[in-house]
Design a protein around this ligand. Sequence first.
Ligand SMILES: [Zn+2]
Length: 299
Amino acid sequence: MKDTGAETTRNAFTVDVEEYFQVEAFSGIIERKDWERYPSRIDGQVHRVLRILDGFDIRGTFFILGWLAEKNPSLVKRIAEAGHEIASHGFDHKMISRMTPEEFRQDVRRSKAVLEEISGGTVAGYRAPTFSIRENTSWAHEILLHEGYGYSSSVYPIWHDRYGWPEFGDRPRRIASNGTGDLWEVPLAVRSLGPVKIPFGGGGYFRSYPLFLTKAFFRDRAARGKASVFYMHPWELDTELPVVDAPFLTRTRHYLGIPKAERKLASLLPSLRFGTLAQVLEDLKGAAATPPRPGKDAA
Ligand SMILES: [Zn+2]
């Protein structure tokens, strides 16, 4: 087999585990205090994701909401027992811009403690709700390091009405270090075409783009030795999702492409190499530690 980057570069498969009614897009419609009133659908949805990943023998990273873990510890156990990496999606699904640094510290501390208690393992990874680490909330990285996290995957280096930090760039970076370790930021995947950054790493982008385009973007980056981070939510595979009464644009973004999502995923997964985000980070550190071989790696 020809040794191309697309076959050898490991990409990260990640899942943001939350209920369908907890997404930021609905935060003006469904209030935090009303979460309890909505019927839970997460067990069946996660079961579906686990079954698909198992079918392709892929282990991924599950960023789980602390609120949900506390309510449903057996779900966390099920994901961990299937061999996936357990990571934190914060506790209350609040965008970082709506928290003070001290509230953020409590949120990430509490979610890490809950997930470690249930899973029995160490939680190293964090994903901010709605990719809400931007330039004006970048203080969050120092707090994550201090709270014992090793990486974050919370920056979407694009322009968007709700999130995005285009100047961050599309490569993982070591942001901060202290005596006990480092804090890395592994941004979500974009395809750079000159100054234009096209997001493609999952969610609504994956559901709305034709599959061949998503595959081409992954392969383009892999051929340059760049791993890409794929992300999804368990509700994105749920064809019987209750319809929330929301404004047209919000609804369109939320429900678009759900009927075809599982089939697309089943075609994407075997065409590329996927692993956990922790593994992708290890690959990166290993590559940085290996000096380039003359005439082979120079390009
Ligand atoms: Zn989320």
